[in-house]
Write a protein that binds this ligand. Structure first.
Ligand code: ZN
Ligand code: FE
Length: 266
C-alpha cells in the first residue's frame, strides 16, 4: 500500500499556473486547484480518486476550483489558519503535520506574499527526494510579490526555505522562470551557474516542457532573492539605490531593494 511509487505532475492552468498533482496510481492529492477542469480531466484520465486538497493561500488562482472538486473529494481540504478560503477547510499553521498518500507533510508558515501563506514539506519520500509545495513564495530564480507582508517577513520566509535539504524538489505555483531569469542575470551577471541554468531553462521551454520542479540546491546558487547576503547582490542593490542603502546593507535591505527593482523591471 503506502510504498507504491509516487508520480508528481504539474497540471498547467490559466496562463502560467501549475496545479500540482501527486498520486500513487490509485489516489491523488492536488495543491492549489485554481481551476477544477484540468484537475478533473487528469484524475479521470488516470482513474485516480482525490484523497485531499492542499491550499497555500487565498488567491483565486489557487482556490477557485475547490468547490467544483468537492463532489469527488474523498478527504479534507487543508489550508492556512488565517485566510479566507472556500469552506469547509481543516486549518493548519506552522509546525502542524498532515498525512496524505502515506506521506507526512510538515506545515511551514511563510508570510510575505499573503499574511497567512503556508507551505507543505515532505522530508521523507520513499525512493525519492523531499518535496516542497510553496505556492507563490519561492519561484525558480524569483519570489512572490509582497501583497500583504513586509520585506523582513518575506526574507525570513525565503531563508527558512533555503535551509531545507539541497535535493528538495521545489514545486512552485507559476512558470515564471524565464522572466525571473532575465532579472536575475541583470542583477547577478557574473554568476556562471546562473548562466548555465538559464540555458537549460530556455531549452526546456522551447521544447514545451516545464522548468519545474526546481532543485533547492540550484536555487540557493542562482536565485537573487535567496542570496541577499552575497557581496555580488549587495553591490547590485547599492548600484541600483545608492542614496538609499548604506555601504554594508543588511540582507533585508538588499532583499527590499531587489524586490522593488524587479516590480518595475521589464
Ligand atoms: Zn498568489
Ligand atoms: Fe498565484
Amino acid at each position: 500500500m503506502g510504498d507504491a511509487p509516487l508520480t508528481l505532475t504539474p497540471i498547467p492552468a490559466f496562463d502560467d499556473n501549475y496545479l500540482w498533482l501527486l498520486d500513487n496510481g490509485r489516489e491523488a492529492l492536488v495543491v492549489d486547484p485554481g481551476d477544477a477542469t484540468p484537475v478533473a480531466a487528469a484524475l479521470d484520465a488516470r482513474g485516480l480518486t482525490l484523497a485531499g486538497i492542499l491550499l497555500t493561500h487565498h488567491h483565486g488562482d489557487h482556490v477557485g476550483g475547490v468547490d467544483a472538486l468537492r463532489p469527488r473529494l474523498q478527504g479534507p481540504v487543508y489550508g492556512p489558519v488565517h485566510e479566507r478560503l472556500p469552506e469547509p477547510v481543516q486549518r493548519l499553521q506552522g509546525g502542524d503535520r498532515v498525512t496524505l498518500l502515506g506521506l507526512q507533510f510538515e506545515v511551514l508558515d511563510l508570510p510575505g506574499h499573503t499574511a497567512g501563506h503556508i507551505a507543505y514539506y515532505a522530508a521523507e519520500v520513499p525512493g525519492d527526494d523531499p518535496l516542497l509545495f510553496c505556492g507563490d513564495t519561492l519561484f525558480s530564480a524569483g519570489c512572490g510579490r509582497l501583497f500583504e507582508g513586509t520585506p523582513a517577513q518575506m526574507h525570513a520566509s525565503l531563508q527558512s526555505l533555503a535551509a531545507l535539504p539541497s535535493g528538495t524538489r521545489v514545486c512552485c505555483a507559476h512558470e515564471y522562470t524565464l522572466s525571473n531569469l532575465r532579472f536575475a542575470r541583470e542583477v547577478d551577471p557574473d554568476n556562471a551557474v546562473l548562466a548555465d541554468y538559464a540555458a537549460w531553462c530556455e531549452a526546456r521551454r522551447a521544447a514545451g516542457l516545464p522548468t519545474l520542479p526546481a532543485r533547492l540546491g540550484t536555487e540557493t546558487r542562482i536565485n537573487p532573492f535567496l542570496r541577499c547576503a552575497e557581496p555580488a547582490l549587495q553591490a547590485a542593490a547599492r548600484r541600483h539605490a545608492p542614496l538609499k542603502l548604506p555601504a554594508a546593507p543588511s540582507p533585508v535591505d538588499v532583499f527590499a531593494t531587489l524586490r522593488e527593482w524587479k516590480n518595475g523591471f521589464r
